[in-house]
Design a binder for this molecule. Structure first.
Ligand code: ATP
Ligand code: MG
Length: 569
C-alpha cells in the first residue's frame, strides 16, 4: 500500500501550458487556495497550497486565498487566523486577495432567485432524511419530491420567507431542479440552501439561510475570475453540477482540474479526524508536535523549505496513493544537515569520572559548529574531570558487535581524548550502573600531532559541571498502523493510536552553549538527531527540546535502491 515512486511530470502544468498556447483566458493564470475555516491546515493542504501558489508564480499569474465559509456551525475566526499564519509561514503571499465566500452571499442569493424564476430551482419541504430516501442509489433512480412542481411565485415567496427567518432549521430547503434519474447522484436535485439559525463568524446574524458548498464553490471561483479551479479527486463527481450552475447562470466558467489528495502513512489527514484528536485530549492541541498539521510540524522543528520540497517531490497524480512518511523525514534531514549547528547533548546521562584528570581543571576544546559548512565556525567546549556520556554507549557485558565503552575498553570522546574504563559503580540495591571510572590518555587530544591513535568508536559527552539540564521530548508515529482506518470490525480508528508516540526525558544534559537558546531554533544533537527548542514550553529556566527527526535515514536507502533498480532494468 505504500508507494515510493512519484510523478516527475505534472499533468496540471501541462494543461495550463496547452491553455496558454491557445491563449485561453487571454493568457491569464489565476488560481486560488480555498480552505474551509473549520480546522487547522495539515500537510495535505500544503500540497494544494504549493500547487496553486506555485503554478500562479510560475506563469506570472495570481493566486487568491479564499475562505469557503458557508457552514457557520463549524467555522471560527481562530481557524481563519491560523490558516493565514500557516500559508504565510509556508512562504506564500496572497497580496490583497483575501476573499470570503460569505462576501458573496448576497450575489449567491440573487442567483438562486434567478434560477427560481427560470423554473430551475424550488423550495422543498422534505426533511433531510426524506431527501436522502428520495435520492435513490447508484443502481436505482431517485423519486421526485412532491414539492417539485411548485409555481415560480410560490417558490419566490417561500424562499424570501426562508431568508426572513419565518421557518425553523431544517424545515425547508431550496433545491436545484435537475434530474432525479441522473446516474450522477449529485445531479438529483441537490440542495442549494438550508435554513440554519446560527451566528456566522463574519456575517453575524444577517443570514439564517446558508448556501451549500456545492452552490457556493463554483460561483465563488467564477466571481473571482479563477481560470483553473484545482481540487482533489472527490470533487470529480461534483464537476457536472458546478458546470450546470455556471451554464444556467451564464457566468464565467473556470476549468476544474482534479488531482489525488495526499495521504501519509501512520497519520490521518482530515480536519474532522484531527479535531477529534484535539477535542478528545489525545494530543495537546492542533500544534502538538505529533500532529500532521502545519502548526504541529512547525513546532516539531520542520522548516517551510523542507515541506515545500516534500510537496515538490511527491508530485501531482491522478490516482490516489499513500506516501511513505520516511520521505517527509528525508526532506527535513536534508535541509537541517546543511544549516543546523551541531551540539552535544546526552539524553540518558551516565556519570563518568576521569580519575587521572586534575580536579578543578577545565580546558576549552575546539569544536566545529557544522562540518558541512565551515563558515559556521567553531566554539569552545569545556572539558573537566566529571562528564556525562549516553547510558547506551556503555555495556558492562558488551555483545559481539558493540564497540563502544565497556570495562577495560577504550573509546574516543568527540573533540577530546581517548578514555579507558577502569571501574564500574553500581547501585547496591538495583544493581544498576550509576557511575564509571575512567582514565584519559593526555597524548590523544583531538587535533594534536599524536592524536592519530585509532579506537573503534567515538562517542558524545558533556562536562558535568558545565552542562545544563533540559527536557527532551521524543516523538514516534501517532498511529501504530500505516493506515489508521485499518481496524478490526466494530473497532474505532482511535484504537490504532500509538501509546508510545511521546516519550519525555526530563533529566537530559546539554552543552552550555545552548543556554538561552531561542524558541524554535534548531540543532543537531551529535549522533542523535535534529532537535528544536519548543516554542511554547521552553524557557531560560527550563530548556525543552523536541526531537524533529532521528539521524537514521531509511528513505535515502529506499531511494538509492530504487535508482539502482532503475539503472539495472
Ligand atoms: P479535510 O478532509 O482535511 O477537512 P478538506 O478538503 O475538507 O480537507 P478544505 O479546507 O476544504 O479541506 O481544503 C482546502 C483545499 O485543500 C481544497 O482545495 C482541498 O482539495 C485541498 N486539500 C485538502 N486535503 C488535501 C490533501 N490531503 N491533499 C491535497 N489537497 C488537499
Ligand atoms: Mg472540504
Amino acid at each position: 500500500m505504500t508507494t515510493t515512486d512519484f510523478t516527475p511530470s505534472n499533468f496540471i502544468r501541462n494543461i495550463i501550458l496547452e491553455d496558454l498556447k491557445r491563449n485561453k483566458n487571454d493568457g491569464r493564470v489565476h488560481t486560488r487556495f480555498p480552505p474551509e475555516p473549520n480546522g487547522y491546515l495539515h500537510i495535505g493542504h500544503a500540497k494544494s497550497i504549493c500547487l496553486n501558489f506555485g503554478l500562479a508564480a510560475e506563469f506570472g499569474g495570481l493566486c487568491n486565498l479564499r475562505f469557503d465559509d458557508t457552514n457557520p456551525s463549524k467555522e471560527d475566526v481562530e481557524y481563519v487566523e491560523a490558516i493565514k499564519q500557516d500559508v504565510r509561514w509556508l512562504g506564500f503571499d496572497w497580496g490583497n486577495r483575501e476573499y470570503y465566500a460569505s462576501d458573496y452571499f448576497e450575489q449567491l442569493y440573487e442567483w438562486a432567485v434567478q434560477l427560481i424564476e427560470a423554473g430551475k430551482a424550488y423550495v422543498c419541504d422534505l426533511s433531510a432524511e426524506q431527501i436522502r430516501e428520495y435520492r435513490g442509489t447508484l443502481t436505482e433512480p431517485g423519486k421526485e419530491s412532491p414539492y417539485r412542481a411548485r409555481s415560480v411565485e410560490e417558490n419566490l415567496d417561500l424562499f424570501q420567507r426562508m431568508r426572513a427567518g419565518e421557518f425553523p432549521d431544517g424545515s425547508r430547503t431550496l433545491r436545484a431542479k435537475i434530474d432525479m434519474a441522473s446516474p450522477n447522484l449529485n445531479m438529483r436535485d441537490p440542495v442549494m440552501y438550508r435554513i440554519v439559525h446560527a451566528t456566522h463568524h463574519r456575517t453575524g446574524d444577517k443570514w439564517c439561510i446558508y448556501p451549500t458548498y456545492d452552490f457556493a464553490h463554483g460561483q465563488s471561483d467564477s466571481i473571482e475570475g479563477i481560470t483553473h479551479s484545482i481540487c482533489t479527486l472527490e470533487f470529480e463527481d461534483h464537476r457536472p453540477l458546478y458546470d450546470w450552475f455556471l451554464d444556467q447562470l451564464n457566468i464565467h466558467h473556470p476549468q476544474q482540474i482534479e488531482f489525488a489528495r495526499l495521504n501519509l502513512a501512520y497519520t490521518v489527514l482530515s480536519k474532522r479526524r484531527l479535531l477529534e484528536l484535539v477535542e478528545g485530549g489525545y494530543v495537546s492541541g492542533w500544534d502538538d508536535p505529533r500532529m500532521p498539521t502545519l502548526s504541529g510540524l512547525r513546532r516539531r522543528g520542520y522548516t517551510p523549505g523542507s515541506i515545500r520540497n516534500f510537496c515538490e517531490r511527491i508530485g501531482v497524480a491522478k490516482k490516489n496513493s499513500v506516501v511513505d512518511i520516511a520521505m517527509l523525514e528525508h526532506c527535513i534531514r536534508e535541509d537541517l544537515n546543511k544549516r543546523a549547528p551541531r551540539v552535544m547533548a546526552v539524553l540518558r546521562p551516565l556519570r563518568v569520572v576521569i580519575d587521572n584528570y586534575p580536579e578543578n581543571q577545565t580546558e576549552d576544546l575546539e569544536a566545529l559548529n557544522n562540518p558541512e559548512d565551515p563558515s559556521m565556525g567553531t566554539r569552545k567546549l569545556p572539558f573537566s574531570r566529571v562528564l556525562y556520556i549516553e547510558g547506551e554507549d556503555f555495556r558492562e557485558d558488551p555483545p559481539k558487535q558493540f564497540f563502544r565503552l565497556a570495562p577495560g575498553r577504550e573509546v574516543r570522546l568527540r573533540y577530546a581524548y581517548i578514555i579507558k574504563c577502569i571501574g564500574v559503580v553500581k547501585d547496591a540495591e538495583t544493581g544498576e550502573v550509576t557511575e564509571l571510572h575512567c582514565t584519559y590518555d593526555p597524548d590523544t587530544k583531538s587535533g594534536s600531532p599524536q592524536s592519530g591513535r585509532k579506537v573503534k568508536s567515538t562517542i558524545h559527552w558533556v562536562s558535568a559541571p558545565h552542562s545544563l539540564q533540559a527536557e527532551v521530548r521524543l516523538y514516534n508515529h501517532l498511529f501504530v498502523r500505516p493506515d489508521p482506518e485499518d481496524v478490526e470490525e466494530g473497532a474505532d480508528w482511535k484504537s490504532n493510536l500509538n501509546r508510545n508516540s511521546l516519550e519525555r526525558l526530563p533529566s537530559c544534559r546539554v552543552e552550555r552553549s545552548l543556554a538561552g537558546a531561542a524558541p524554535g531554533s534548531r540543532y543537531q544533537f551529535e549522533r542523535l538527531g535534529y532537535f528544536c527548542v519548543d516554542s511554547i514550553d521552553s524557557s531560560d529556566e527550563k530548556l525543552v527540546f523536541n526531537r524533529t527527526v532521528t539521524l537514521r535515514d531509511p528513505w535515502a536507502r529506499i531511494e538509492k535502491a530504487l535508482k539502482e533498480g532503475a539503472e539495472s532494468s
